[in-house]
Ligand binder design. Structure first.
Ligand code: MG
Length: 203
């Protein structure tokens, strides 16, 4: 399986990082080795002093597809989840400045938290899903899929122009504002609405 991540998909996060609003979705990949194993803590890697949490809605692909039209995109996923796109912000800034790829900052072991999934039919509207992240019990990030610049079906259309989507692939749909540095002993808990989707200890 592969993980396809979308960057800069919420205006409030774009402005907090002082990035430009993109004219097309920003895409990068994480390998399956980036997935943080269930029940394992997240270890801050030794090559970064500034790892940030980015809470994101996830979409799990359940049908193989290429060149998927937006109006049929809903047939290619049946579950929505929540995860964290851990980012070594210091390393990312360095790579960005040099115009180099981001993988070292985004795709390292443990950098993808894939929490629980909820069947799509449990949501009234895919484009109105509230989610949040708490750090040590305090809410630090809050988002709603209605605020995505590119909504889920548009992302699937765009991604599938470049990459064949396969069963089990997961799309990270971008983070809202409130990203921040994680510290050893933090407990990060993610929610869709009131439902807890993951809880991660940082070490
Ligand atoms: Mg992200």
């Amino acid at each position: 399986m592969k993980i396809i991540c979308i960057g800069r998909n919420y205006a409030d996060h774009i402005s907090e990082l002082k990035s430009a609003i993109p004219t097309e979705p920003v895409i990068f990949l994480k390998p399956d080795t980036a997935i943080l194993l269930k029940k394992q803590p997240f270890f801050i890697p030794e090559f970064s002093n500034d790892v940030h949490h980015e809470v994101e809605l996830l979409v799990r692909i359940n049908k193989i597809g290429k060149h998927i039209d937006k109006k049929f995109a809903h047939k290619y996923y049946d579950e929505i989840g929540l995860g964290i796109d851990f980012t070594a912000r210091d390393l990312q800034a360095e790579l960005k400045e040099k115009g180099l790829p981001w993988e070292k900052a985004k795709a390292f072991d443990g950098a993808a938290v894939v929490g629980n999934f909820i069947k799509k039919e449990n949501f009234k509207d895919i484009n109105n899903i509230e989610f949040s992240l708490k750090s040590n019990g305090k809410t630090v990030q809050k988002g709603n899929s209605m605020l995505m610049i590119w909504k889920i079906d548009a992302l699937i259309e765009y991604i599938s122009k470049y990459f064949t989507l396969k069963i089990g692939d997961v799309i990270f749909t971008g983070t809202p504002a409130g990203v921040g540095r994680v510290e050893a002993n933090d407990i990060l808990t993610g929610f869709i609405g009131e439902t807890e989707m993951f809880s991660i200890k940082v070490k």
